[in-house]
Ligand binder design. Structure first.
Ligand code: NDP
Length: 492
């Protein structure tokens, strides 16, 4: 079958890489290449950043009012809504995510653009209560300039929307680098950005590998902020690059989130929450509830019910609406999952279910896996696997649950399942993570900040504060005295 050929969006034009090189993208459900993308190198990165920089300074963008930018973002949200099925199908083919999951994500996507459209003309400086009678001072919030968006493969559209909506609302311009494993939908989003009426160069999309493309982008001297979502190793490169160009950073790096089930919880509801936490997106989610902590007196009942549900999960073609779990997005990710399960078994974990590839003719499928662990120090309990692997550990009481929950280098999310409001509040206060869900899991809103503590990164996306992160303050001083300014070298 002929491969679909994509081009990059630079300065409003659809272009190949200057070198003419391309790379293939694979459909994880078939293991076959389905599309080719330009292989961007330093030259292409420079073109894209120069375009974003020129647009940032141009009258066509710099003189837009905040209200006009809000209107453009609303139009973009409407266009996304008009193209829901097409975007969802494309993302599903490219990264193997279930069509039911991509459809749900894309249906919500316009809300991010509407939310930040609404904030565009409400992002204001303030007048300052100075201690100097003859001075008047105020602050202005101004955009930063060129923003680099580094996007992973697990949820490209969603993770892009939460970056570009506040970035554009605040008046910045953007260069996006999708993962080499899932570039297609960002190019399609680029087409909608142009259709919405944004000037050429306001959003550029370049496709390529972490090296050289992502590296060259994040160390480019004209980039003023990098909004990054991905793994810790790549984040360290981005942080080092920021020592060269002083770019601001926001880093969202995943986690090993505890999902804590107390014996007074509604057990069936908690089982559903545990399944949503770890088997949705085949566990390839930064907020996966991969560390299940279950109170001793309901441990057997809970694990039996969870195992039964995990074994009923329908694995298969992500394009089919009845499928409940799709493949790993890449062969490398599948091998990572296998490696971790092997380590778990060597370290003495008990395999309750799963632990092997799914029995399908093709595709990078792994079965929903539950590992019962006794030591919280086990590798699989401490390290992020990014696959459909839940570890389960019993706890005796609230104090032990809290100690185990916080025994991690990460701190992105946590789930608490209990009917006891006071207990929930005590746990919320004690848990060190950026998000806590009580009697629910994976709820997302444009209005609710997302981000982590510890090695889950820093900075927050979504919520009204997020737009400020894409601005810088200018402080203005006005001398209101009727006296001329005195000669500073004549002492009175
Ligand atoms: P990466 O961190 O490599 O990928 C994230 C993005 O960073 C991709 O666009 C990638 O490009 C880019 N990138 C890679 N190297 C550099 C660099 N030196 N400079 C700038 N950008 C770079 O994730 P992986 O795919 O390798 O996954 C590794 C692990 O990271 C996973 O197993 C998981 O634990 C975690 N992860 C977390 C995610 C989250 O949502 N927080 C999402 C994805 C992964 P390219 O893909 O082309 O190399």
């Amino acid at each position: 079958m002929a491969l679909e050929k994509f081009q990059m969006l630079i300065d409003g034009q659809w272009v190949p890489a200057q070198s003419g090189k391309t790379f293939d993208s694979y459909n994880p459900a078939t293991e076959q290449p389905w599309a080719t993308f330009p292989f961007a190198d330093e030259q292409d990165v420079d073109r894209a950043v120069q375009s974003a920089h020129n647009t940032f300074l141009s009258a066509a963008w710099a003189l837009t009012t905040a209200a006009q930018r809000g209107k453009l973002l609303r139009r973009l949200g409407d266009l996304i809504a008009d193209n829901t099925s097409q975007l969802a199908e494309l993302e599903s083919r490219d990264n193997g995510k279930l069509i039911r999951e991509t459809l749900a994500q894309v249906r919500y996507l316009p809300e991010f653009f509407y939310y930040f459209a609404g904030l565009a003309d409400k992002t204001e400086g303030e007048t300052l209560a100075l201690d100097k009678p003859d001075m008047f001072a105020y602050t202005v919030r101004e955009p930063l300039g060129v923003i680099a968006g580094i996007i992973p493969w697990n949820s490209p559209l969603y993770l892009t929307a939460i970056k570009i909506a506040p970035a554009l609302a605040a008046g910045n311009t953007v260069v996006l680098k999708p993962s080499e494993h899932a570039s297609a939908t960002l190019l399609e989003l680029g087409r909608l950005v142009m259709e919405a009426g944004f000037p050429a160069g306001a959003v550029n999309v370049i496709t390529g590998y972490g090296l050289p493309c992502g590296d060259a982008l994040t160390r480019h001297p004209l980039v003023r902020k990098v909004a990054f979502t991905g793994g810790g190793e790549s984040a360290r490169h981005v942080i080092r690059n920021s020592a060269e160009n002083y770019a601001k950073l926001s880093l969202e790096l995943g986690g090993k989130s505890p999902n804590i089930i107390f014996s007074d919880a509604d057990i069936d509801s908690a089982v559903n929450g545990a399944v949503a936490g770890i088997f949705a997106a085949a566990g390839q989610s930064c907020v996966s509830g991969s560390r299940l902590l279950v109170q001793q007196d309901i441990y057997d009942e809970f694990v039996s019910k969870l195992t039964a549900r995990a074994e009923r999960i329908v694995i298969g073609d992500p394009a089919q609406p009845e499928t409940e779990m799709g493949p790993m997005a890449t062969k490398a990710q599948l091998e990572t999952v296998e490696k971790y399960v092997d380590i778990a078994l060597t370290e003495g974990a008990r395999l309750r279910t799963g632990g092997k590839r799914a029995d399908l003719a093709a595709g990078w499928y792994y079965t929903p896996t539950i590992l019962e662990c006794t030591r919280h120090s086990d590798t699989v309990v401490q390290e992020e696997i990014f696959g459909p692997v839940a570890t389960v550990i019993p706890f005796a009481d609230e104090a032990e649950a809290l100690a185990l929950a916080n025994d991690t280098q990460y701190g992105l999310a946590a789930g608490i399942w209990t009917q006891n409001l006071a207990k929930a509040h005590r746990m919320i206060k004690g848990i060190r993570s950026g998000i806590v869900w009580v009697n629910t899991y994976r709820a997302v809103s444009a209005a609710a900040p997302i981000g982590g503590y510890g090695q889950s990164g820093y900075g927050r996306e979504c919520g009204s504060d997020a737009i400020n992160d894409f601005t810088q303050l200018k402080t203005v001083w006005i001398n209101t005295s009727s006296e001329p300014m005195a000669d500073p070298f004549i002492m009175r």
